[in-house]
Design a protein around this ligand. Sequence first.
Ligand code: ADE
Length: 255
Amino acid sequence: MWRASVLTLFPELFPGPLGASLAGKALEKGLWGLEAVQIRDFATDKHRSVDDTPAGGGPGMVMRPDVLAAAIDQVAGDDPRPRLLMSPRGAPLTQARVAELAAGPGVVVVCGRFEGIDERVIAARALAEVSIGDYVLSGGEIAALVLLDACVRLIPGVMGKEDSGTEESFAAGLLEYPHYTRPQRFEGQDIPEVLLSGHHAKVSAWRRAEAERLTRERRPDLWARHQGLEAAQNAPEKAVSQTPRRADPESSSSG
Ligand code: ADE
């Protein structure tokens, strides 16, 4: 079973939204497992303190390395699961990384609070820092829920077949094509004619063209990468190699 262990000062936030809908049903059925562990339970002093003032001064508090290390050691001792630390300075989370994590045995996720976590425990317990975007949340819990949601929906049996299209499109590096359903006319706008034609090849071609148009217009970074990948497929020996997960897609030589 794919298992997630989340280390947090707010275990009551889990499963939260992951207890609803398809992820929640899959959790009940035992298709994946979730354990939320209270970091404070590993504090050793009488005040159960998990943080202290930053060395060198400055505002805020820093999470103590000894308490967090004890929690990680008990939860993940010699566990093969990757150990992640949700942090805005981490590697940006991508669908490729999500797919990798979902294909493995599960994850151990540390949620930071306060100004940060003592640097020494990140190194000593080999925590891989992961960011869900270039903005700062008040803690890692919501970021952990995002990461887990993205992983869990890829576990076999969790989603219905209906979602696989979204997956293929994003895996190819394109945004989703537009969707329509009845009524045929809505506030003066009609469903595009080709979608009513019953001609499958034409429908596919239209959807592909729309996915490409939206990607070009909205996400020039994804578009440049997509074109690079296509070039590599068509002429592998000529194509400039693409690094799949780079911090700054804008710096692409193919852009
Ligand atoms: N914790 C705070 N901000 C975060 C972010 N953007 N991604 C992951 N973890 C975070």
